[in-house]
Design a protein around this ligand. Structure first.
Ligand code: PFF
Length: 452
């Protein structure tokens, strides 16, 4: 089995595939609304610290586990230690739960693309446009199905490589356009207050929930704690520089999230006349704010709007393809169905699981698990509960059961391990202690028992 795995043809192959998976709706849709919600600058600061410490450590660990075992999550964790078999299964559950609601948001993106293509961008800039749209039944379901279908077609025909190659042009285009939009946003009247809110930490807003929110976002954005990097690591060649590749992906991913924040948060301040409560648009923040920016910029803005949503759609697709590919390979390993059969089953399951998330803002809006909309509930359970648990056990397994050497030796096969000390300290001590504290404190918080 180990010998039959395909390998990426170059280091760039790994970086492109992993960056394609990492950069997606998490950066452009999720990061800005969480930063807005959790206090702006303080969230950004905590996020950056987490990326450089925990994110780096986990990404190196997962990639090295994959490369050294030559297996995906289930097989790899079992091979490392029989008792950690459960971790493989838990890890696999994460993409199975994320993929459906990711497609709901992907559907929103296609809808907005069609809005711009049909010249209705100005209408979309109205405050209630988004909330009215997601409260409908048929149309959001239709776009969700189209988005999931598109993902399934790419996965079924195995054209991921082609998609990744195309992302060599699409990603730089996304960056350039985002810089342009961000500059336009921050120069709107009153936007500077938003820049300050996003960049200057206000320590009085710090809480365990800020850290948990930032941690979940970091896992999500970097595609960690869900088995993807283990699989990608298993395709990586031994001579490729693992540490450097990880660093490149982190920088790229974080840069796009930062730019998205700069596009959206200052614009919220500008269009609300400095009213901070406008930041609490939750999951809809991007869809409510950006059309206002594009409307402000006249005809050219409408063209930019169309191009922007096209590039976002592309970034989202490369991520959902990696999500679906992971789910398909879990099912294929388990049931040994043909690829066609597996893709069909996964697509149907995805649609069944996604429908409640889509309807949760309209027909099913009386259902509020944990006080959240259905989509937010799935988002919370995966990002703020399951991923930290997976990360915690991964750290225990590597830090204490098999020992950090398992990873450091693997990294050193291809290059010197410059940040080895940080890696060892974080994986053995800092990460498990912090994750456990934050998780417990925020669960108590959710249950209404006051903590830090
Ligand atoms: N990292 C992706 C994003 O930020 O949009 C989301 C994602 C992709 C999560 C693939 C998980 C995954 F397996």
């Amino acid at each position: 089995m180990e010998h039959s795995r395909g390998k990426f043809s170059s280091k760039l192959g790994f970086v492109l595939a992993a960056a394609g998976s990492a950069v997606g709706l998490g950066n452009i849709w999720r990061f800005p609304y969480l930063a807005a919600k959790y206090g702006g600058g303080i969230f950004l600061l905590v996020y950056l610290i987490l990326v450089l410490t925990l994110g780096f450590t986990l990404m190196v660990a997962e990639t090295a586990i994959g490369r050294r075992t030559g297996l995906s999550a289930i097989g790899a964790f079992e091979k490392l230690n029989h008792k950690f078999r459960f971790l493989g299964y838990l890890t696999c559950l994460v993409p199975i739960l994320i993929f459906p609601y990711y497609c709901v948001i992907g559907g929103w993106v296609i809808k907005y693309l069609t809005v711009y293509l049909s010249g209705q961008g100005i209408a979309a800039a109205q405050d209630t446009y988004f909330s009215n749209y997601i409260a409908q039944t048929g149309e959001p379901l239709l776009w969700l199905a189209i988005y999931a279908g598109l993902t399934a077609i790419i996965v079924y025909f195995g054209v991921q490589k082609g998609v990744e190659k195309a992302s060599r042009f699409m990603m730089p285009a996304l960056i350039i356009l985002s810089i342009g939009v961000a500059i336009y946003s921050v120069t709107r009247p009153g936007a500077l207050a938003g820049v300050a809110y996003f960049l200057i930490p206000d320590f009085s807003r710090f809480s365990a929930n800020t850290v948990l929110g930032a941690m979940g976002q970091m896992f999500y954005s970097l595609s960690l704690a869900m088995g993807i990097m283990v699989t990608y690591g298993s395709y990586m060649k031994q001579e490729d520089d693992l540490e450097k590749s990880v660093a490149q992906i982190e920088v790229f991913d974080t840069a796009i999230a930062f730019l998205a924040g700069m596009m959206i948060i200052p614009a919220v301040f500008s269009y609300s006349g400095g009213d901070e409560s406008a930041l609490n648009k939750g999951a809809g923040l991007m869809f409510v704010t950006l059309p206002k920016v594009f409307a402000d910029a006249g005809t050219l803005g409408q063209i930019f709007g169309g191009v922007f949503f096209l590039l976002v759609l592309f970034a989202a697709l490369t991520s959902s393809v990696s999500l679906m590919e992971t789910v398909v390979s879990i099912f294929q390993d388990k049931f040994h169905w043909t690829r066609k059969m597996t893709c069909t089953v996964v697509l149907i399951l995805c649609l069944i699981m996604a429908a409640p998330s889509s309807l949760g803002y309209g027909a099913l809006d009386f259902i509020h698990p944990l006080g959240l909309a259905i989509l937010d509930f799935f988002d919370f359970i995966t990002n703020s509960v399951m991923m930290p648990i997976v990360a915690f056990f991964t750290c225990l397994l590597i830090g204490w059961v098999v020992g950090p050497k398992y990873v450091t030796e693997e990294v050193k096969r291809s290059s010197a391990f410059k940040r080895e000390k940080i890696f060892v300290v974080v994986i053995k001590y800092i990460a498990p202690i912090c994750i456990a504290l934050i998780l417990v404190s925020s669960i108590l918080d959710t249950l209404g028992i006051a903590t830090i």
